[in-house]
Design a protein around this ligand. Structure first.
Ligand code: FES
Ligand SMILES: [Fe+2]
Length: 457
């Protein structure tokens, strides 16, 4: 695809109330290749939590675009991040998702690297008749270009020219703070990562996190279960309120809103709080004392949050961190975890895990609904016409530039804010995401074209 083809994937005309994406964006291998190189490998990408590797020599493995990476805590206690690939012939070095290892030994020819990435041993080195230049070459694991820690959340980038993590996150940091302030010690992952794949483009998952419109039509089995529980709880008097409770939000009715941030990040929030079954509700007095009434209210709100391109933090029926790993234009791997405040009370933790099982995972009542729909959409996009779809138009007339009164409560200035009744089901928060995506793809395609011309000259 030429830079002109790439530019034509988005039809963005705010003055005419039009925002459309071309169907090829979800299918074309050229688009996927550009996404890998100019989105996933050029931006900051979430790698994990520092609480996943608390002790010296602890490590986790993950992916940064197409690159396997190893996050390892050295003997000195410092976390570092390397390309998870041996310097000899590039074999992947660490194979488990996490572990503790003073050294990593390559299973091909046996080179050894310590937990700080230093090459410590080359098998049969003395007999190897190596050249002088080999002896002076850098044989240590290759550090990634940038690696930073935001309050225990680890991000990396393969792009030496990436802006600072602080400026990349921008005002979206305020939403991360709502996640991280749930206990004085921050958050941790509950053991038990779940990985699954679906045969569809990664952007269906990207969109779905922010898509409140699908909930009632895609997840009827979950809703029926919630209603049934509500009925029986009412009969037994176990639970006083189950859905649509205005506490601790003081508004007269539940609201739904969105904030769009720079660099493609987005937040969908709702003031619907199921206070009696929220695992944090028992801690509300302490929470309010620590963070104040307004922030406590926001922490208890229902939120679906995306840090572009690959991190989603869902705090709705339960609390989930999920990472998207695109494998091809039509295949995606999801890496998902339940997370919880550190030092949570055992009853609240048990409740959180039960709620998580209800809704998430391939065995839950919601995740399979969504992944089947992504595959349905992928099939629908295979039809050669129509060129555009109408999936980004709800809420356009309700969008206010920059902040609104809800944003001001959090002291943030998003690029756009929407506030409305719960069934407004705003779709406009994908605009900031696709504008960032489009800008990076167009610039990337132009950059590649300029390089090709230079090579040909
Ligand atoms: S590839 Fe690792 S030692 Fe040869
Ligand atoms: Fe869903």
């Amino acid at each position: 695809m030429t830079p002109t083809d790439i530019a034509s994937l988005l039809d963005d005309r705010p003055a005419d109330g039009i925002f459309r994406i071309e169907r090829r964006a979800f299918q074309d291998p050229d688009v996927f290749d550009l996404e890998m190189r100019h989105v996933f490998e050029a931006n900051w990408v979430f790698l994990g939590l520092d609480s996943q590797a608390p002790k010296p020599h602890d490590y986790i493995t993950t992916w940064l675009g197409r690159a396997p990476v190893l996050v390892s805590r050295g003997a000195d206690g410092q976390l570092r991040c390397f390309i998870n690939s041996c310097r000899h012939k590039r074999s992947t070095l660490a194979h488990l998702p996490s572990g503790n290892a003073r050294v990593h030994t390559c299973r091909y020819h046996g080179w050894v690297f310590d937990s700080s990435g230093a090459n410590k041993l080359i098998k049969s080195r003395e007999e190897g008749a190596y050249s002088e230049s080999f002896e002076h070459s850098d044989r240590d694991l290759e550090p990634i270009a940038k690696f930073e820690n935001y309050r225990g959340m680890l991000f990396g980038s393969l792009n030496p020219d990436a802006p600072s993590l602080d400026s990349y996150l921008g005002d979206a940091k305020a939403v991360l703070d709502l996640v991280l302030d749930q206990s004085p010690q921050g958050i941790e992952l509950i053991p038990g990562v779940v990985r699954y794949t679906f045969e569809a483009n990664w952007k269906f998952q990207l969109e779905n996190c922010s898509d409140s419109y699908h909930f009632t039509s895609t997840h009827p089995s979950f809703l029926r279960l919630a209603e049934q529980r509500a009925r029986s709880a009412k009969e037994t008097g176990d639970i006083k309120t189950v859905w649509h409770n205005n506490k601790p939000w003081e508004s007269a009715e539940a609201r739904l809103g969105t904030f769009s941030f720079e660099h493609g990040h987005s937040l969908l929030w709702s003031s619907q709080v199921n206070v009696d079954t929220h695992p944090l509700f028992g801690q509300l007095p302490e929470l309010t004392e620590r963070v104040g009434q307004v922030r406590a209210k926001w922490i208890l709100s229902t939120r679906n949050f995306t840090i572009f391109p690959s991190l989603q933090i869902a705090e709705n029926a339960a609390s989930q961190i999920r990472v998207m790993r695109p494998l091809s234009a039509t295949r995606t791997e999801m890496i998902t975890y339940c997370f919880a405040p550190i030092d949570e009370k055992p009853e609240a933790r048990a409740q959180r895990i039960r709620q998580y099982e209800d809704f998430f995972n391939p065995s839950g009542l919601a995740t399979p609904d969504d992944t089947v729909i992504y595959e349905d959409c992928q099939q629908g996009y295979a039809a050669p016409t129509p060129r555009w779809q109408l999936g980004y138009m709800r809420g356009i007339a309700a969008t206010s530039d920059r902040s609104n009164s809800y944003a001001r409560e959090l002291d943030i200035d998003p690029v756009a804010s929407v506030d409305g009744p719960v069934n407004l089901y705003d779709e406009t928060l994908m605009h900031t995401t696709y504008r960032a995506w489009h800008r990076q793809l167009v610039q990337g395609a132009q950059h590649d074209g300029a390089l090709r011309e230079k090579d040909a000259a």
